[in-house]
Design a protein around this ligand. Structure first.
Ligand code: HEC
Ligand code: HEC
Length: 627
């Protein structure tokens, strides 16, 4: 974003030039490549005049505005639960912010803090970019994977383009004709024509490419950069499972090397980096900045104009806790880092790379214990991890799944969501752990090879508790248990008729679903000290299963966004979980159901939760785990 508005003069020349040669389309195409500047999604943005910086404070539910001349926070505005992408509109001081958990895009005047308007979207708005005159914003919806176009005068949503799944990254070319989006769980990049809303080109990586949440365009060259990891599901061990990358996409259709993955773990020849989160290119196009949220560091790379090496190492710097954003000032003299778990923005001089100021943008809203636990959860350093490639968050980003089924020693294991986990312990598909403190076994094991958080004796995962033995281990548990259920977007207007018919089937003795999927969380897995497992016939699908055939009953709340299904992740859809993978009606009785009945049942499951389950749980005397 910062890079984008480097010259309104240049743009007006482009506009004039376009009028003169509008018919010479081949020339125009070439010119656009030369002139296009990236405007990319970020948690932080700088106004085109370089005067204001805005950042989303995800944990506080606020946006902060900083005066870049005085380097003071001007204001902090409450916007809603879990704000993500933020963008200035064109050359103005107005802002658009995506509120992930509230399904709205909020518009603010950064000079006054006034809320100007709000647009409802279907679900999970993530990345935001604005066109150059600020009349439109384009927002990715993580779920269900769409781009929404919003008019910034009426705050009306004009169009939705249904392109891909779990869209996060978004960038707009300076021609204002083209968008680039990334898929979170595959790193697939699409070029979308804004006028038709259609994908006109796409670049896919290998199936291990994962957690791609941002894309940056080079200001002059036909290149796009996306930070992401690679999840190697067949190697659940410390040195071989997760790798950091920046992928460079050649945006010229059909020319040259189209997609090149540059490993970041060996890039600086000194130390391994983990979990690249965002990138930014300097306005002159010479420099790429990459922040690593696992190893808390920064790589500064030279952008090479050779279509081959693409990037070479220039410098390295240690940052604060969990850096999640980097932006460069429009004049190229400063760069800014957002250290999410220090709640601060740090101003750096581009030449000396020294910090010039630290600006507190919000207060710690988490409390000391949860903050400590969250820092540990995101850390790829000791005492959590021996060899720096991996952190808990590499597979559980913000408590969400990584969309992968890992080949664990005990068999195939689909990564679960942490939503509502505090109410549905014991944990793991096999209920082989009954508290998050048991993950000290993971920290010390093959996967992470860390020193660990507990001095002294570690108890086995079940039986004698590991709670209360280590403050930091309890803090890790306290953070892990903070993730709440969010309501299903399919039931915003209540249950549809199909979902109501499905609900009757689900509760009927005919199907028997509610025998196990019971109570406010639709599971009989509760933190009451009892371990309940059932054989629902699913172990036969994985010949390498070592802990089956019985499994913990998972909650049904939030299923709409957590495909694939079952412990082995083989059911791609809910329908498949209830039909193809329900062998001999061992998993409830479904073989007697007609196709429309199965569809009704699926409609019901997709609508969960349609109300907040917590009041009912409290009324029923249930309690949640707090650490
Ligand atoms: C390589 C990926 C990976 C890493 C790294 C990882 N996990 Fe997991 N996690 C998984 C998978 C896969 C499962 C499902 C395993 C199972 O159920 O047996 C899981 C399950 C869990 C669950 C249970 C969720 C539930 O609802 O039952 C918790 C809690 C958890 N992990 C915490 C952690 C913590 C804490 C760390 C860091 C110490 C961590 N994980 C590191 C992949 C990972
Ligand atoms: C005997 C207890 C029991 C009954 C009855 C039962 N389930 Fe399950 N359900 C489970 C268990 C245990 C699992 C986990 C199995 C696995 O992962 O292999 C599960 C998993 C699921 C999943 C996958 C969840 C996920 O996160 O991947 C769905 C969907 C589901 N059940 C729906 C139903 C429906 C619909 C019915 C009725 C037709 C039903 N279940 C009947 C115990 C039961």
């Amino acid at each position: 974003m910062s890079i984008a508005r480097s010259g309104s003069a240049i743009r007006s020349i482009i506009r004039r030039a376009r009028i003169v040669v509008a018919t010479a389309s081949a020339w125009l195409l070439m010119f656009v490549h030369v002139a296009s500047a990236g405007q990319s999604n970020s948690l932080m943005d700088i106004s085109s005049d370089g005067k204001l910086l805005a950042c989303s404070n995800r944990d506080s539910g606020t946006v902060s505005v900083v005066d870049l001349e005085t380097q003071q926070k001007l204001r902090e505005v409450r916007v809603g639960k879990h704000p993500e992408g933020v963008s200035f509109l064109g050359e103005s001081h107005n802002l658009a912010v995506a509120i992930y958990d509230e399904d709205t895009v909020v518009f603010l005047d950064a000079d006054t803090g006034t809320r100007l308007g709000e647009t409802d979207v279907f679900d999970e708005p993530y990345g935001v970019v604005s066109n150059s005159d600020g009349t439109r914003v384009f927002v990715t919806l993580d779920y269900p994977g769409q781009v929404v176009e919003i008019d910034t005068e009426s705050y009306k949503s004009l169009r939705q383009f249904s392109e891909g799944q779990f869209l996060r990254g978004i960038a707009i070319a300076n021609d204002n004709l083209t968008l680039y989006s990334t898929e979170f769980y595959s790193g697939r990049v699409r070029r979308i024509a804004i006028d038709s809303g259609k994908t006109i080109d796409q670049w896919s990586g290998p199936s291990s490419d994962n957690l791609s949440r941002q894309i940056t365009l080079h200001p002059q060259r036909p290149k796009a950069y996306l930070p992401h990891i690679r999840s190697r599901i067949t190697a659940a061990r410390g040195a071989g499972s997760i790798f950091p990358y920046v992928t460079v996409v050649d945006t010229r259709a059909g020319e040259g090397k189209r997609r090149r993955r540059i490993p970041m773990d060996s890039f600086n020849n000194r130390s391994v980096t983990a979990n690249p989160w965002e990138t930014a290119v300097s306005p002159d196009g010479s420099t790429l900045y990459i922040v690593f949220s696992g190893t808390d560091d920064l790589i500064i790379a030279n952008v090479i104009d050779d279509d081959y090496r693409e990037l070479t190492f220039r410098a390295f710097a240690n940052l604060g806790h969990n850096p999640r954003a980097v932006r460069v000032a429009p004049d190229g003299k400063r760069f800014y880092i957002y250290n999410a778990l220090d709640f601060e923005v740090v101003v750096y001089d581009v030449t000396t790379r020294r910090p010039l100021a630290r600006i507190a943008v919000t207060e710690n809203p988490l409390g000391d214990e949860v903050l400590q636990g969250k820092r540990l959860f995101y850390s790829a350093l000791q005492p959590m991890v021996g060899r720096r490639w991996i952190s808990c968050s590499s597979c559980h980003p913000d408590g969400q799944p990584d969309g992968r089924t890992w080949h664990n020693p005990e068999g195939l294991r689909n990564t679960q969501s942490f939503a509502g986990m505090a109410w549905t312990h014991p944990i793991h598909w096999s209920a082989d752990r009954d508290e998050v403190q048991d993950f000290e076994h993971t920290i010390r094991g093959q996967l992470m090879q860390g020193r660990g958080l507990l001095k002294g004796k570690l108890n086995p995962p079940l039986g004698t508790s590991n709670r209360g033995l280590s403050k930091s281990l309890d803090a890790l548990a306290a953070y892990s248990n903070t993730h709440e259920f969010t309501l299903s977007p399919y039931a915003k207007n209540g249950l549809s008729e199909a979902a109501q018919r499905g609900r009757k089937l689900f509760l009927s003795t005919q199907t028997g679903c509610a025998k196990c999927h019971s109570g406010p969380f639709l599971t009989d897995s509760l933190p009451n000290g009892e371990i309940v497992r059932h054989d629902v016939g699913t172990a036969v699908d994985d010949p390498d299963e070592k802990l089956g055939p019985t499994f913990d009953t998972p909650t049904m709340l939030g299923l709409y966004r957590t495909a694939p299904y079952l412990h082995h992740g083989k059911a791609q859809t809910l329908e498949e979980a209830l039909t193809t993978y329900n062998h001999d009606d061992k998993h409830g009785s479904t073989s007697q159901l007609s196709k429309p009945q199965v569809a009704d049942l699926v409609e019901f499951l997709k609508s969960l939760p349609y109300e907040d389950p917590v009041p009912k749980a409290k009324a029923a005397g249930l309690t949640k785990i707090t650490n």
